[in-house]
Write a protein that binds this ligand. Structure first.
Ligand SMILES: *[C@@H]1O[C@H](CO)[C@@H](O)[C@H](O)[C@H]1NC(C)=O
Length: 352
């Protein structure tokens, strides 16, 4: 009798756990809808799924900027990122820039179907308020000749802002760009949309609004492409209130035209634009890029120094290297007195 009771209990508990798991996976994944422009493609592969992996609203920085006035409008700094060799290096550098900025909420949306726990971990270390989102690009867009990178991520971040913010300013800052801290005090009082130069863009070396009498009259950009607003993603900031007043504003999956079409969808007029950076005479953001190198596959023997094992395993989990014992892998070695040595422990003990 007792055994039967136990079995019944186990069955009931299992059923509960299974249905909870099914329910939570349903609620954790939000479908944002599909783009009409690509409706001839199979629907399933265009569907957006984004998950808020972790959100922390508390400012837990150990060293707060001296001007961390809580009455300052919040800057929502939106960073699309994606798994690659350089991801953690870039986010470490950017996070430590953002640590200097008062009243900032960092939204990092990863082009990754999984919530990478190592990302949540480094964001917690910075102490900044942050939201970590998993927002993989729908697979069909990946097959396009011009892949609309970062769009699913920015769309997911905008969705989070619409659901969670009532005021402040948002800005799209890529993980590999370089930001002058002055940029943040410049954009913080954006009423509608502010604009400013971005260095290292295109064949002109810069993309910038052209100003006359304190107003934007045109743009300096080497890729016009029939765009009304030929600006870089890092070249403008938008008021959250203004976004909320335009519920249909959206960023299309159209490589090269995301900025222009997003700004058009906000009903932006040239006369609304607020020039920043001393009437667009200064570069406060640079479109730096890390040159991409392939991820190497290292041929690592079983028995190696424990610190090296720990270090390499960490780098594998961060996506920097691959490691295995396959013949095809790149030989690794230890340098002692300028000479290559085997990296196995046994070998080392033999050294005098
Ligand atoms: C920008 O130019 C306008 C018009 O010349 C001027 O009134 C304004 O003070 C300038 N702003 C800055 C920050 O220099």
């Amino acid at each position: 009798m007792r055994r039967l009771q136990n079995v019944c209990l186990t069955v009931a508990v299992t059923a509960l756990v299974v249905s909870y798991a099914a329910w939570s996976s349903l609620t954790a994944t939000t479908t944002l809808g599909t783009s009409s422009s690509a409706s001839r493609l199979p629907l399933g592969d265009l569907r957006e799924h984004s998950t808020v992996c972790h959100a922390s609203l508390q400012d837990q920085r150990t060293f707060l900027p001296s001007n961390n006035d809580s009455s300052l409008p919040t800057i929502f700094f939106i960073t699309p990122t994606y798994p690659r060799r350089e991801q953690f290096a870039e986010l470490t550098r950017l996070g430590q820039t953002l640590m200097h900025v008062p009243s900032l909420h960092w939204i990092v949306a990863d082009d990754n179907p999984e919530c990478n726990p190592f990302l949540t971990e480094i964001f917690q270390k910075f102490g900044l308020p942050f939201t970590h989102i998993s927002s993989p690009m729908p697979s069909n867009y990946r097959k396009r000749y011009f892949v609309p990178r970062g769009v699913s991520n920015r769309r997911a971040a905008l969705k989070w802002i619409k659901a969670n913010a009532a005021s402040g300013v948002f800005y799209f800052g890529d993980d590999d760009n370089t930001f002058d801290l002055t940029l943040f005090s410049e954009i913080r009082d954006t009423k509608i949309v502010s604009m400013f130069p971005v260095g290292l863009i295109g064949e002109f070396g810069v993309s910038a609004p052209i100003i006359e009498g304190g107003k934007v009259v045109g743009f300096f950009d080497s890729w016009p492409a029939d765009r009304k607003f030929p600006v870089d993603m890092a070249g403008f900031a938008v008021s959250v209130e203004y976004l909320l007043q335009h519920p249909n504003a959206t960023m299309p999956y159209k490589a090269g035209h995301e900025e222009d079409q997003f700004l058009k969808s906000l009903d932006l007029k040239m006369s609304d634009i607020e020039p920043k950076a001393n009437n667009c005479t200064k570069v406060l953001v640079w479109h730096t890029q890390t040159v991409k190198k392939p991820k190497h596959n290292l041929k690592v023997p079983e028995s190696i120094f424990s610190n090296l094992r720990t270090l390499l395993e960490k780098l594998v989990s961060l996506g920097v290297v691959q490691m295995g014992a396959e013949v095809s892998g790149k030989e690794v070695y230890m340098v002692v007195d300028g000479h290559k040595n085997e990296v196995t422990k046994r070998q080392v003990l033999g050294l005098s």
